[in-house]
Design a protein around this ligand. Sequence first.
Ligand SMILES: Nc1ncnc2c1ncn2[C@@H]1O[C@H](COP(=O)(O)OP(=O)(O)O)[C@@H](O)[C@H]1O
Ligand SMILES: [Mg+2]
Length: 321
Amino acid sequence: MIILEGRGLVRHYRQGSRSIRAVDGVDLAVREHEALGLVGESGSGKSTLLRLLLGLERPDSGELYFRGRIMNGRDGKQRNQFRREVQAVFQEAAASLNPRLTVKKIIAEPLQNLKPEFDSRRRLEEVNRILLEMGMQHGDRRRYPHEFSGGQQRRIALARALVADPVLVLCDEATSGLDLSVQARLLNLLLDLRESRRAGFLFVTHDLAAVRYLCTRVAVIYGGQIIEELPAAGLQEPLHPYTQALLAAEPSLFGAAAAPLLTGEPPDPAAFPPGCRFHPRCPVMMERCREEKPRLTGVAPGWRVACFRVNGSCSTGKGQE
Ligand SMILES: Nc1ncnc2c1ncn2[C@@H]1O[C@H](COP(=O)(O)OP(=O)(O)O)[C@@H](O)[C@H]1O
Ligand SMILES: [Mg+2]
């Protein structure tokens, strides 16, 4: 069952005379119990898309559906259910922890709002339970955020997101900016959580290795658009040249980077090239890719690709956006 879905989402930012096309026509659905990875280079629109999906920002066009019903800002009941069921963890997790509150207060707060039927004793039990689940100690609940390392602060933010048993958790760069060993521990924790919890996850990251490790399904974003959507097993042999290049750019187990297929810079979101947005960097670019835009087209169950090399006939037409 689809819990959260964006259809035709567009978000452009005005910056002087420039229009930054951060998210430029995205359809994306997150299902119950799945772990969907959203990958792409820095600046490709991942965080903006996440804010749109969370309703933190309004799209210029497109709609949001929650449990099959269109999101309507005026429907208080729907908004409350959304708040109960959908939680988010941002990269700046540490900054989102109130420095004046103990860990217990921080984690118990969503319970007070979302599970008012719990008395203080039950809340304490839940806080202790989630701390253990996060690999922390019961005693940690009496301490303050600044007493913890970055990785632990990220766990506290995760604990707060998970304590009220959400249906969906959206994580923006949940592991980036941490030491590799801390990242590995956090990834293992997330993997355990994915298996032990009924929750579905959306992991937003530029780290394809993390996605391979954690996810059941992957969406690849380039220049504000999804260019490939595939089952995680498909990452063995992705079809879009950009996804292939991302994979090849990943450091191998032996420490050396594989063939550097990905050359050039990510596109300027205020001046995308015509045709396929990836064509200036594409190693297998064809003439038509300069002018025509490939459409995201199904190639197998759960697998869609926007590339003329893969599905030659599927364009949105010359010059058309
Ligand atoms: N509030 C904003 N105002 C102006 N430009 C923005 C804003 N938020 C994001 N952008 C721009 O939109 C593009 C996509 O950004 P973002 O969604 O943060 O990408 P990612 O998370 O993939 O790195 C970038 O060019 C970024 O500079
Ligand atoms: Mg981001």
